[in-house]
Design a binder for this molecule. Structure first.
Ligand SMILES: [Zn+2]
Length: 166
């Protein structure tokens, strides 16, 4: 588990504590003669918890940013050609994507997500990432880099269902 996940777990735990505090608050406030001091203490506790979980969330975002930067520098110099030299089938997929781009260019609608999921995702997943045969291609970094590079070659979505959802 990386630092980002650890911090995210911490945030979830804090949210749970916050929820319990809030439940207690709701029970206390319903009593016939609510004790103002108890309520104020709880209210303050809730505020502090809120601040704490916001701080941890900000920290986790910074952490993620740092990990992304570290991943980028690990990937520097490892471009698509490097991965394709280890797995030439990646070049075939790139060709297929370019062909699809040309053959669909006059279509009124196109969905990059659907095209990716139906035509390319499975193939790429067997070649890079956990299912890869070559050890150099077995990493999450290799998988993410190749996926991003190939996906970005697809034409952007136009008049598609996933745009309607936004
Ligand atoms: Zn789409």
């Amino acid at each position: 588990m990386n630092k980002f996940d650890e911090l995210l777990n911490l945030t979830n735990e804090l949210n749970e504590i916050e929820r319990i505090f809030y439940e207690i608050f709701r029970i206390l406030i319903k009593r016939p003669n609510p004790d103002d001091e108890d309520l104020r203490d709880l209210e303050n506790g809730l505020k502090q918890l809120g601040n704490l979980s916001r701080m941890i969330f900000t920290l986790s975002e910074k952490c993620l940013e740092m990990e992304n930067k570290a991943e980028q520098s690990r990937n520097a110099g490892k471009n698509f050609e490097y991965y394709a030299s280890l797995e030439p089938k990646l070049l075939d997929i790139r060709e297929d994507i370019i062909e699809l781009t040309v053959s669909t260019q006059n279509d009124p609608s196109f969905c990059a997500n659907v095209a990716w999921s139906l035509l390319f995702k499975q193939k790429v997943n067997t070649l890079v990432g956990y299912s890869a045969v070559k050890p150099e291609l077995k990493s999450v970094q290799a998988h993410n880099f190749v996926t991003r590079t190939l996906y970005d070659l697809l034409p952007p979505c136009r008049n598609c269902f996933c745009l309607n959802l936004e």
